[in-house]
Design a protein around this ligand. Structure first.
Ligand code: GLA
Length: 449
């Protein structure tokens, strides 16, 4: 932290008022369920961004990063929404402040005082550990503490999940929530709409390894279209399901806003029943735009405006293989059931059961949600043959990292065997459930030292 503070003084000519730590996360199970209103089971990790911050005294947010890949920028507060090109790091800072403004947490007076932020990090970017959401959360916390604004962490998580949509990815609320609420030694069962968090003690005699596939997925770059396609397909699938429910004597199902509403009270259907209905309701294996208009009884314009719009003048177009509705939501509903089962397995200390669920989750992510790639598969296969209890891709997919569950007693052997098999350059990281975002230092503490 001393290096960060010293560099802050060198760059900005004043000491930071405080330092915020905003951690990355690993998702144990529950992939692509969050934006469908279904639960996830992630944990925060020790790898984090550290943001040193002070007021600026001008209507500017000056940002700099110890990593030279992220150039210094000055964001004019009157021009917050003037986003840079996709992938530029200032976009996440802009999104955070816009979110605070939208949520009424950034007054005109506060904004007028501006901010200076210097970031250092040991959280790798674009590997599926949610470094972008950590930056959004870190920026928001830095601003709120500088402005002495009271906030509620759950409400803030909701606000920031929405704010990150400014960057153009239609993600859910998992990343921001676990970054804010993570607890040491625990995974969080997070439910959405409304947001609810339950910490669950993680297995004691088990290690979690991450292996880096080397395939980078910038959420705002290549990953964006790949990612956005999934929430769109899930929404379309729900619309097709509901129009089937209307004509098949189940009009009460038409009120569901998310897939999760079907399994929550008052509807409280079981996952098995929903899966059975999906098989009946979603008849085609793939849908063209014309098929969708026919099924939903709407025009092409309505289809585009209601379901395919991803930004001002930005519409999703029909994929070459058509919209894959049935297999996507078969994954989502079965994955939600696996999350519930994984919570039970953790409560009973049943690590083998947890590992089986993790393996099943990976197969479903690969075959139904189609978010794996050859490099991830290579890691999962190698780990299974090297003594991992369970393995899966973690995060949005399309690259990034795999997660491996290994008995603590086997950890060193696993590590050695993986390296012998895949080469010494294999990037393997042991991670533990850690606490969520925190304020590490204040100016007063620094003077006191
Ligand atoms: C990204 C999104 C999350 C979630 C995961 C997939 O990390 O930001 O909201 O959808 O992908 O589970």
């Amino acid at each position: 932290m001393k290096a960060l503070t010293a560099e802050f003084v060198r760059r900005f000519g004043c000491t930071p008022a405080l330092v915020v730590r905003a951690p990355g996360r690993v998702n144990l199970i529950g992939e692509h369920t969050d934006y469908n209103g279904l639960p996830v089971l992630p944990f925060a990790i020790a790898q984090s961004h550290f943001l040193a911050v002070s007021e600026c005294g001008k209507r500017l947010i000056e940002i700099a990063n110890l990593d030279s890949r992220y150039p210094a920028r000055a964001i004019t507060l009157d021009d917050l929404a003037a986003f840079s090109q996709a992938g530029e790091w200032d976009n996440y800072v802009r999104a955070a402040i816009l979110g605070l403004r939208d949520g009424g947490l950034a007054t005109r007076d506060n904004l007028a005082r501006g901010l200076r932020l210097l970031v250092s990090s040991n959280l790798p970017a674009s590997v599926g550990l949610s470094s972008s959401s950590a930056l959004v959360v870190g920026t928001a916390l830095a601003a709120l503490h500088i402005w002495h604004v009271q906030y509620d962490r759950l409400q803030l998580a909701d606000l920031l999940a929405e704010a990150e949509h400014y960057v153009g990815t239609r993600g859910g609320g998992m990343d921001q929530t676990v970054c804010l609420i993570g607890r040491e030694g625990h995974v969080l069962k997070i439910e959405f709409f409304p947001l609810h968090v339950e910490p669950i003690v993680f297995a004691r005699d088990v290690e979690v390894y991450l292996a880096d596939s080397g395939v980078r997925v910038e959420k705002s770059g290549r990953g964006r279209a790949l990612y956005n396609r999934r929430p769109i397909e899930c929404r379309l699938a729900l619309a097709v399901f509901q129009s089937w429910a209307q004509t098949n004597g189940r009009p009460e199902l038409a009120g569901a806003c998310y897939w999760g509403d079907l399994v929550k009270p008052p509807l409280s259907l079981s996952h098995a029943v929903v899966l059975k209905m999906i098989a009946e309701a979603i008849e085609l294996s793939s849908y063209s735009q014309n098929d969708l208009c026919r099924s939903l009884g709407i025009s092409q314009t309505d289809l585009r405006e209601t379901y395919l719009k991803i930004g001002p003048d930005d519409y999703f177009t029909e994929p070459a293989d058509g919209f894959q509705l049935r297999r996507r939501v078969e994954h989502v509903v079965a994955e939600a059931r696996r999350v519930e089962q994984a919570v039970e397995a953790l409560r009973h200390g049943d690590v083998s059961r947890l590992a089986d669920l993790i393996n099943a989750s990976h197969a479903s992510c690969r075959d139904l949600y189609e978010i794996s790639c050859p490099e991830l598969e290579r890691l999962v296969v190698a780990a299974a043959e090297t003594g991992a209890l369970g393995s899966r891709l973690t995060g949005a997919g399309f690259g990034g990292c795999t997660l491996h569950l290994v008995r603590r007693a086997d950890a060193d052997r696993f590590e050695g065997a993986m390296r012998r098999r895949l080469g010494e350059s294999l990037r393997l990281l042991r991670v533990r459930p850690s606490c969520g975002a925190e304020i590490l230092e204040t100016a007063n503490q620094q003077t006191a030292d």
